[in-house]
Design a protein around this ligand. Sequence first.
Ligand code: DON
Length: 554
Amino acid sequence: MPVWMLLTALLLALPAYALSPVAARHGMVASSEPLASQAGVEILQAGGNAVDAAVAVGFVLAVTFPQAGNLGGGGFMLIRMANGDAVVVDYREQAPAAASRTMYQDAQGNLIPDATSAGARAAGIPGTAMGLALAEEKYGKLGLKRVMAPAIRLAREGFPVSYSLAQALHSERARLEKYDDSRRIFLHDGHLYEPGATFLQPELARTLAEIAQRGPRAFYRGVGTKAFEATMRKYNGLISRQDLKQYQAKLRPPLVGRFRGYDILSVPPPSSGGTMLIEMLNVLEPLDLGTPNSYASIHLIAETMRRAYADRATYLGDADFVSVPVAGLTSPRYAARLREAILQSSPDAPVRAGEPQAFESGATTHFSVVDAEGNAVANTYTLNGWFGCGVTVEGAGFLLNNEMDDFAAKPGQPNMFGLVQGEANAIAPHKRPLSSMTPTIVTRDGKVRLVLGSPGGGTIINIVLQVLLNVLIYKMDILQAVTSPRFHDQWMPDYLTLERVGFSSDTLENLQQAGYPLSFRDSLGDCEAIEIDPASGWRFGASDPRADGKAVGY
Ligand code: DON
């Protein structure tokens, strides 16, 4: 065959997409921060696998994306190796030993305003250093020293502050200036960073270098705990040396669901994400979902969301502490019962004006990695609120989470994401707070098709659901699927939240007439996703246009 014919044939075999995701033949990293994605690809090109790259990205985000990237928080990493082995590294935070069920209530039993979200008392025992190191040890090839090198360099030599980081630092000034090291480091002693300025973090560079040298022991034991204890004393926090010493990241089997011929791998408790995602997909499996974002499809999906979130509120919590009926919630027979109820019900709730929900801006971040062999990592980790609880561990240069807000500080009362939660998620010493983080990998016939996840507090599970449906049912390409407008229903408070732009006025009218109380938000989430085309093997990366991230491939 002449060369031109061969080339034409090859070109025709490549998928044509409506939007233009980033295309690459070998490996891809999609994250919320371009320097982090770039560092991940460098690790892949240096011979690292997807886990090496993911661990590198996780540590870089702790430097370049301090609003959510972290050492002082926690999360979940879902790993699927090309040979089919899959595991979840659960490095979720834990309540300190001194925590108690009513610690955020006053003498009358009322919740103390801001107690779960601001200051050192809002922090859970961090898991990130332990979780990333464990992933590297078990599944990486290059070793901690090599994969941490980009993060250490960026902290030591600095990096140019992006527009969005400058904006975040300016907008959170009030939260950060209350704490000495947070003011000195992140507010530059009051001379706030402007876009383009160089951000140097020598203390963080030292902390990272110690972890690279000595492993997570440097963080959880011995000298590393001194700074922690001093900070806790100064700001009245509860995390003790003993709390740090007993902390363990845990390896858990992923939850696996089936949806229209695909295998859906996601995370088990203490996240609610995988359980709820599979429950919702089971309900939707046989339904005709019509056209995307039409009244008919939104109605069916929103009714499914409501029921799953009602279950979440009642049954979900840390399964090491309470019994969670995961098998029942993810059973197709249970889903059939929910589906029947949805099809028989008419949404005739009285129309009420929407109220803006009490969502605080949040600080979680997701990244997805695929390497040339087909190993894949979906990682979501968080400080919970933007810059966590606002407190920096003194002399160590990293911010602490406010993950205690994810517990039901008073069962039945909403948390910062408006989520109403139950007894199963009440506070107890060393329990992990219930999460909504949903790092997810979709496979078909043993091969990875999609890797995805998002921040967004209680909205995360529904965001992942919609991006999945957009690809698997509506056949959108990955960038279309990520860009498409989103909606969210979390059962309580009882309204359907939609992105302000993207839904037709007819659809909104139909929803209102059907009885849905509507509320609106500018945007929901920041999905960082990768799709692998099964025919050609090409990798397509999509970084959510709602945020400032980037997909980088090679
Ligand atoms: O684990 C959770 O579900 C929450 N801590 C996530 C917070 C979050 O996504 C905030 N980001 N937008």
